[in-house]
Design a protein around this ligand. Structure first.
Ligand code: SF4
Length: 238
């Protein structure tokens, strides 16, 4: 058995255990390469794990196009969770559409409105959630475990691809002919909101294109607990 076959078997076993022991469970997909590996495994094996995406209102058209590609390939509609319009309007009116460039606090407040709050609604009523995070993706993910406690959402959290390398991900996608986000071919290894994500140069860290104007230590959107600590979301008012 190849290393990839072993990884796939272990990952499928993890997903089957989640489906059996943590139902209802949901998978949060950002429609990036890693997420498509999990989408393929969940839907082809009919595991009964729901899939959702956070439609922040600032996604690339290539990312939104993935919704149709998933529908076409698997006959599955990914559920979309959007921010509350009043909160978006309040932020934009008070600070401006792109105020997230001004400070880490402003950026985290935008992420809180467009991602963190909708995530809370998406996770409500579930026993566990699943992400496509990998340990090798960033300094903030170096100690990522496959199974974690998520104190912020009071549920279990699974990162079934924690042990996978970038090469493993792309080998799987190629072998199984899985649809992928067109942005990857344009130099975007990590997919996020359009104004906060840029293409990277060969050899750069895969997360270097996310919030590239910030220090690496602050590059999370508040959706995840990192190294046992919640990445705090400060309100601008505070
Ligand atoms: S990634 Fe950028 S645009 Fe998207 S929610 Fe965060 S700050 Fe706002």
């Amino acid at each position: 058995m190849s290393n990839l076959d072993t990884l796939v078997a272990d990952t499928l076993q993890t997903l089957e255990r989640i489906a059996a022991e943590y139902s209802p469970a949901v998978f949060a997909s950002s429609l990036a390469a890693e997420d498509m590996v999990l989408t393929d495994l969940i839907l082809k094996n009919r595991l009964g794990i729901g899939i959702f995406s956070l439609e922040t209102g600032r996604l690339h058209k290539e990312t939104l196009a993935m919704l149709d590609k998933v529908k076409e390939r698997y006959g599955y509609d990914i559920a979309l969770f959007r921010p509350q319009q009043e909160a978006v309007d309040g932020y934009v009116t008070q600070h401006g559409l792109n105020a997230f460039y001004d400070s880490v606090e402003m950026r985290r407040e935008c992420c809180r409105i467009r991602k963190v709050e909708p995530l809370g609604r998406a996770l409500a009523g579930n026993k566990a959630w699943i992400t496509g995070q990998r340990r090798a993706q960033a300094a903030t993910r170096s100690s990522l475990a496959v199974h974690e406690d998520d104190p912020a959402h009071l549920m279990d959290k699974f990162n079934p691809l924690a042990d996978w390398s970038e090469q493993d991900v792309w080998d799987y996608l190629r072998i199984h002919d899985v649809p992928v986000n067109a942005l990857h071919a344009q130099g975007f290894p990590s997919i996020g909101c359009e104004p906060c994500t840029r293409a990277i140069e060969p050899g750069e860290d895969v997360r270097a294109g996310r919030w590239w104007w910030e220090n690496p230590e602050s590059k999370e959107c508040g959706l995840h607990v990192v190294d046992g600590k919640l990445i705090r979301i400060k309100s601008v008012a505070a």
